[in-house]
Every structure is written in structure tokens, then in C-alpha cells.
Write a protein that binds this ligand. Structure first.
Ligand code: NAI
Ligand code: MG
Length: 493
């Protein structure tokens, strides 16, 4: 279903920041280059943004180094004062949520209501980590009667952070929260598709009172700016969210430069298993949300929906009915549930996957084509009779394509669910407690959701098994990427 109006790109959204943020100042690109930022709802340009390259990265590293010197204002700040700065930043995210949510929707295309939800969760994430600042503690370790052994958890140093376009503000909050809580300094590169809200956040960080050089935000592309961060000799750690392809490049770049610490949150091909004992509408709704949420531009998307043979036909019928009602269109219209895909290349890639599904013999139940003539809208699409070896069942589509696969044996479906190079999320819907727990134990993925899907909370760790990455974000575990452990041994003479 299309939403009624088409008034994307409201002209009243002022673009305030388009430059490179280094040392709490706005800079033009050293190269003199800018790049175009596109509104995915229309395909038209929103504005030009300064394009950082390796020279600008060097400049940011210099500022970050100064900010991290042992007697700098940032290093000398009491932990609780560091927490106050973080809470101030979080409060500014909430203060400006009206503007910021519209800017996010303009640049990313997600419905405004979802932008608002993302920003609230992001502010909560920063607050959550602000609560950790004075609780990052080492240990005293018994060793011998005449020595004293203890550990200190010290910041790693300059942290490069490269984030994607699907949750621009939230990914920024997930990265900054633990890094700042541990006392690090940061060089963050937003995705080239969605730099606008990150730059606005830079202004909020300055307003909150962070010392110059603690957070630097560099808009730029991957091969030039991102790679310059990944290979930099003086960047101590890199955190990346994005594709497996680039995750591998980051790990190689780290190894070939200074062996910087690497954490990676990559893609997925997550299974959702619907058992035969479920309440059907409950299961249909979860499976629908699991795939189509955020226009399916979601690393945890439940892209392989395994349905028990006994309920298979009815599950498909109800899923198709629900999906046909999904309102797609202008993300500024409050009825809209699904906006555009992020850009033309993602749009084309998804349509190619839909063609491959048809060619491979999956049954197209609904959707399958673009919506409208401008912007990057794709109908929510369902394939049934999908088989494990088909391309649409193996590769990350990152678009609104649900693949329904039939099963009738629980051991067999578990093997099939795990037969993937990914391992980010997995879901099971059943009323059988033993079966649920057994699946939770045997599914190879960083998160398992039972009778729900894609519930990600700031307090609990999130990350991947296998090629979905390594390292965890969020929760206490998320801090571990951002401190070094130093052992101090003192002879008691
Ligand atoms: P990408 O992995 O190329 O981009 C993600 C980030 O990495 C962006 O900031 C980009 O500028 C940066 N980057 C790109 N090349 C780089 C390089 N050589 N060195 C350092 N940084 C680099 O992802 P892209 O091309 O936007 O999307 C392709 C596919 O990746 C999607 O279809 C989807 O399957 C997956 N993806 C997964 C995401 C997740 O949440 N795990 C998010 C975005 C994309
Ligand atoms: Mg790419």
C-alpha cells in the first residue's frame, strides 16, 4: 500500500553543519572537495558536505593525540565529571529530538516515528555508559606475602570508529558511549550516505563541554577516509559496523599497519523458526516485523523464516495479507511504516536479488517491484518455497524480501538454520519451554530471541558469531573493547 501524500524533503529542515569537525572546530576539506548527500525519498541532493581524506585524518589524529596527553584536561577530568559531560550530551539529544528526528528521516528515509525512537534509545545508551565511568575497576590479586599486585583498566587511546547508514545516530551512540566512558578519544566517520545527523551531534558534543580533540567527526567515503583511519599508525583501536567485505579489509589494514585492536559488527542471514504449536497471528506479526523493520536494512533482519509444515500454508496466507497492508511511501507521513532504501545501488542490488529468487524457482507471493517513479522504494516482498541453496537464502539482501522455508523436523531445521557463514541473530517461536531452551543452546548466533525478535537493549551485549564479526557492543561487555588491562606488581620491601 502506498501512503497518500508525497511531500518528502520538507523545505523547512535547515541544514546547519556540513563541514569536518576536528578539535571542536569546523574545517573545510584540505583537498577542497565536497560530496553530495542525497534524500533517498526523492533521489535529489540535500546538500554538499566537505569530504575528509587522509590529510584531514592526520589532522584529526594530531588533535586527538593532544587531547589524550597524560596531563590534558580530558585525562585529568574526574570520572564522574566525564559522566556529567556524557549526560549533558544525552540531554541535548533529547532537547533537540524534534529537529534531529526530521533530519535523520530526511537523510536516511526512515519514518519520523522510528527516528524519534532511535534517538531516545541513543540518548539512553549514552546515559547508560555515563553510569559506568566510575565503575570501570581493576582487581587486587593475591600472589605472594611480600608483593602487591593489582590491575588498572586504562583507556586504549585514539579510537577510530566507522559506522553505517542504517541507524546513523544509534550507531554513533553505540560507538561513542563505551569509548568515552573509558576515557578514550575518538575519530568517527559516519557513512557517506548519512553524515548529517552525526555532524549535528558534533555540535552538541561541543556544546556539552567536551574538551577539543576528544571527539572528531569526519565525513568522507570508505576507500579514502575510512581506509586512512584503518591503516593509520597512530590510531590504537578501530570499531567497524558494515559489510563483511569491508570488515575483512579493516582487519587486514589493522594487521598491516600497527596491529590496532579491531572489533567488527558485520552482516547476517538470521533464521527465525516458527514451530507448529504457536498462536499463528502472534507468529506472523513477529516474523513480519523481524524482516521488514527499518525497510529491512538491518543486520539482524530475520531473513530466513522457517515454518513448520503443519502451519505452512496458513502462515503464508496470513503473512501475505499483513504485508499487502504495509504502508510504504513518504517517511514524513505518519501512516507510513516503510520508507525508501538508502540509495540507488542498494535499490538495484535488492531488485537483482528478487530476480534471482524468481529465476531459482522460489514462489513470489507478493511484492517484487519498485514503488513510484522517484526515490528508492521497494514493495515488501515475500517468497515461499525457498530452498537452502538459493542465493536469496544464503546472501544478505539488506532489503524487504522475506524468504519462507518449510521444515518438519526439529533437528533438521536446526542444522539448516546453522548452515550459514553468519551468526548474528536467531529467533524461535514456540510455546514449548524445553524446545525453546534447547534451540537457544544450539543456535550459533550472538543473540537468540524467543517469542520475540530483534530486542536489543543498551544493558545487554550484542554482536556476532562466525563472519558476523567479533567483539561485543553494549552492556558491560561493550566496555571491554575500550580499555587496556595493566598489571602492576609491587615488591613490599
Ligand atoms: P560498507 O561496509 O561498504 O560501508 C559501511 C561503512 O564502511 C561506511 O562508513 C563506509 O564509508 C565504510 N567503508 C567502506 N569501504 C571502506 C574501506 N575500504 N575502509 C574503511 N571503511 C570503509 O557497506 P555498504 O556498501 O554501505 O553496504 C553494502 C552491504 O553491507 C549492505 O548491502 C549490507 O549487506 C551490509 N551492511 C551491513 C550493515 C550492518 O549493520 N551490519 C550496515 C550497512 C551495510
Ligand atoms: Mg560498500
Amino acid at each position: 500500500m502506498m501512503s497518500s501524500t508525497n511531500s518528502s524533503s520538507p523545505s523547512n529542515i535547515e541544514i546547519k553543519y556540513t563541514k569536518i569537525f576536528i578539535n571542536n572546530e569546523w574545517h573545510k576539506a584540505e583537498s577542497g572537495k565536497t560530496f553530495s548527500v542525497i534524500n533517498p525519498s526523492t533521489g535529489e541532493e540535500i546538500c554538499q558536505v566537505e569530504e575528509a581524506n587522509r590529510v584531514d585524518v592526520d589532522k584529526a589524529v594530531e588533535a586527538a593525540r593532544k587531547a589524550f596527553e597524560i596531563d590534558s584536561p580530558w585525562r585529568k577530568l574526574e570520572p564522574s565529571a566525564r559522566g556529567s559531560l556524557m549526560r549533558q550530551f544525552a540531554s541535548f539529544l533529547r532537547r533537540d529530538i524534534d529537529y534531529l528526528s526530521k533530519l535523520e528521516t530526511l537523510n536516511n528515509g526512515k519514518p519520523v516515528e522510528e527516528s524519534i525512537a532511535d534517538i531516545n534509545v541513543s540518548a539512553d545508551c549514552i546515559d547508560y555508559y555515563a553510569g559506568w565511568v566510575d565503575k570501570i575497576v581493576g582487581e587486587t590479586i593475591p600472589f605472594s606475602h611480600d608483593s602487591f599486585v593489582y590491575t588498572r583498566h586504562e583507556p586504549v587511546g585514539i579510537c577510530g570508529q566507522i559506522i553505517p547508514w542504517n541507524y546513523p545516530i544509534m550507531m554513533l551512540a553505540w560507538k561513542l558511549g563505551p569509548a568515552l566512558a573509558c576515557g578514550n578519544v575518538v575519530i568517527l566517520k559516519p557513512a557517506e550516505q548519512t553524515p548529517l545527523t552525526a555532524l549535528y551531534c558534533a555540535a552538541l558534543i561541543k556544546e556539552a563541554g567536551f574538551p577539543p580533540g576528544v571527539v572528531n567527526i569526519l565525513p568522507g567515503d570508505g576507500p579514502e577516509c575510512g581506509n586512512a583511519i584503518a591503516i593509520h599508525e597512530h590510531i590504537d583501536k578501530i570499531a567497524f559496523t558494515g559489510s563483511v567485505e569491508i570488515g575483512k579489509k579493516i582487519q587486514i589494514a589493522a594487521a598491516q599497519s600497527n596491529l590496532k585492536r579491531v572489533s567488527l559488527e558485520l552482516g547476517g542471514k538470521s533464521p527465525l523458526i516458527i514451530c507448529e504449536d504457536v498462536d499463528l497471528d502472534f507468529a506472523v506479526n513477529i516474523a513480519h516485523r523481524a524482516i521488514f523493520n527499518n525497510a529491512a536494512q538491518n543486520c539482524t533482519a530475520g531473513t530466513r523464516t522457517f515454518v513448520h509444515a503443519k502451519i505452512y500454508d496458513e502462515f503464508i496466507a496470513r503473512s501475505v495479507a499483513l504485508t499487502k497492508k504495509r504502508v510504504i511511501g513518504d517517511p514524513f507521513d505518519s501512516n507510513t511504516k516503510q520508507g525508501p532504501q538508502i540509495n540507488e545501488s542498494q535499490f538495484n542490488k535488492i531488485l537483482d536479488y528478487i530476480e534471482s529468487g524468481k529465476k531459482d524457482g522460489a514462489k513470489l507471493e507478493c511484492g517484487g517491484t519498485r514503488v513510484g517513479t522517484k526515490g528508492y522504494f521497494i514493495q515488501p516482498t515475500i517468497f515461499s518455497d525457498v530452498e537452502d541453496q538459493m542465493q536469496i537464502a544464503r546472501e544478505e539482501i539488506f532489503g524487504p524480501v522475506m524468504s519462507i522455508l518449510k521444515f518438519d523436523d526439529y533437528d533438521e531445521v536446526l542444522t539448516r538454520a546453522n548452515d550459514t557463514s553468519f551468526g548474528l541473530g536467531a529467533g524461535v517461536i514456540t510455546k514449548d519451554l524445553t524446545r525453546a531452551l534447547s534451540f537457544a543452546q544450539r543456535l550459533q548466533s550472538g543473540s537468540v530471541w524467543i517469542n520475540d525478535y530483534d530486542v536489543i537493549c543498551n544493558q545487554a551485549p550484542f554482536g556476532g558469531f562466525k563472519q558476523s564479526g567479533h567483539g561485543r557492543e553494549l552492556g558491560r561487555y561493550g566496555l571491554e573493547q575500550y580499555y587496556e588491562v595493566k598489571t602492576v606488581v609491587i615488591k613490599l620491601v
